[in-house]
Design a protein around this ligand. Structure first.
Ligand code: ATP
Length: 361
């Protein structure tokens, strides 16, 4: 029976706490024989000690592992000379070197979690944002122009290949889902500013081309400004949203806020051969080391990891473990067995993990 190697980077801030909690829960669900966590160095703290945010041996281990699990990286004040954050560079380097082009951010309101939006509690929000992860406005990170202290520019890059593959990912995802909650229609909404920039019009045109290969899925369009209103007023209309990199970054935090916040929102950065899973939040230095963080975002990222591995390897044990962890999270929150502080409860990070393990047992 195959044992899956998970390259695991705890990182900085709350990273170690939420990673340890997630490993505990995944082991409780899957047993000790299914997953092998390989602990690796990396992050802003490691950079302070060694000058390397992603050591070469960590990169090699991530490349060779079956999947990557990451806590969070980044420390206040640990920046490069140009002012950009060191911590972010950990997963950005992995993202580019392993070509993790689809950043998948489920927005799902779980039973027992209260949304700031009225009328959707009890599971009334369930859609997925697929953010293009390797180009768009962030393509020129580290390569923008700063001229004589007078002007700066970064270029927005949209390529046919980059858009085709992320659009294909989004349509296939919609085909695998049950459609939007409002009307049951399988739908991909293309989020852009095609009314303003040629590059975004190109993005939309390529999504249209890809759509012709997926006739059972409806295509829909929303400008990036307008979608922020729709995501608040009618979140149940959405099924899958595909967006350019920066727009996807922004709207996925908005989506997370409507479904309980960063502490409950998972993410997966997925390519053709590799994938990295981490909570949507950062390293939250304000609460680090206090056992106060919610581990749920990382635990649910672990669920995404199990399903992604399941899809690749056709191993039923992975799907079973994923379903059990997901069910345990729902039970712990819906029955208020251990509600983390950011969701209005009092449970510590370790208490949430222990409660999940008890439910799993
Ligand atoms: P980044 O730029 O890396 O996303 P950030 O500082 O902007 O980092 P976070 O680190 O996500 O953002 O923190 C934003 C706020 O959310 C902080 O007040 C933090 O305490 C809170 N927060 C983030 N993650 C969690 C969590 N897992 N549990 C509880 N609170 C969290």
């Amino acid at each position: 029976m195959k044992r899956y190697t998970i390259a695991t980077i705890e990182g900085d801030g709350i990273g170690p706490e939420v990673t340890q909690a997630t490993m505990q829960v995944l082991r409780a669900a899957a047993g000790h024989d299914l997953l092998s966590f390989q602990m690796l160095d990396g992050g802003a703290g490691h950079y302070q000690k060694t000058g390397q945010v992603l050591p070469e041996d960590t990169f090699a281990a991530c490349r060779d592992a079956d999947a990557i699990l990451h806590g969070a990286a980044g420390l206040p004040g640990v920046v490069y000379p140009d002012g950009t954050e060191v911590g972010n560079d950990l997963h950005l380097r992995l993202r580019f070197r392993l070509d993790l082009y689809a950043n998948v951010r489920p927005v799902k309101l779980l039973p027992g979690v209260v949304s700031p939006l009225r009328g959707f509690d009890g599971g009334g929000i369930d859609y997925v944002i697929v953010r293009e992860n390797t180009e768009g406005l962030y393509a020129s990170r580290g390569a923008g122009v700063l001229l004589r202290g007078e002007m700066a520019s970064d270029s927005l890059v949209i390529t046919r290949k980059g858009t085709e593959r992320v659009a294909e990912f989004a349509f296939r995802l919609a085909e695998s889902r049950n459609g939007a909650l409002r009307d049951g229609k399988r739908r991909v909404t293309v989020c852009d500013k095609a009314n303003i920039l040629r590059s975004y019009a190109f993005f939309r045109a390529i999504c249209d081309e890809v759509h012709t290969r997926h006739p059972t899925v409806e295509i829909d369009y929303a400008y990036a400004d307008a979608i922020t209103v729709h995501m608040v007023k009618r979140p149940n209309f959405y099924d899958v949203i595909v967006a350019e990199n920066m727009f996807g970054d922004i709207i996925s935090d908005l989506g997370a806020a409507t479904a309980g916040g960063m502490g409950i929102s998972p993410s997966g950065e997925i390519g053709d051969d590799h994938a990295l899973f981490q909570g949507a939040h950062g390293s939250a230095p304000d609460i680090a080391g206090q056992d106060a963080a919610s581990p749920i975002a990382t635990v649910l990222s672990g669920v995404m990891m199990l399903r992604w591995l399941g899809d690749r390897h056709g191993d039923a044990r992975l799907y079973e473990a994923a379903a059990r962890v997901e069910q345990a999270v729902e039970t712990v929150l819906a029955e208020r067995i251990a509600v983390p502080r950011d969701l209005g409860g009092t449970a510590r990070c370790s208490e949430v993990a222990d409660a999940l393990c008890r439910v799993l047992a």
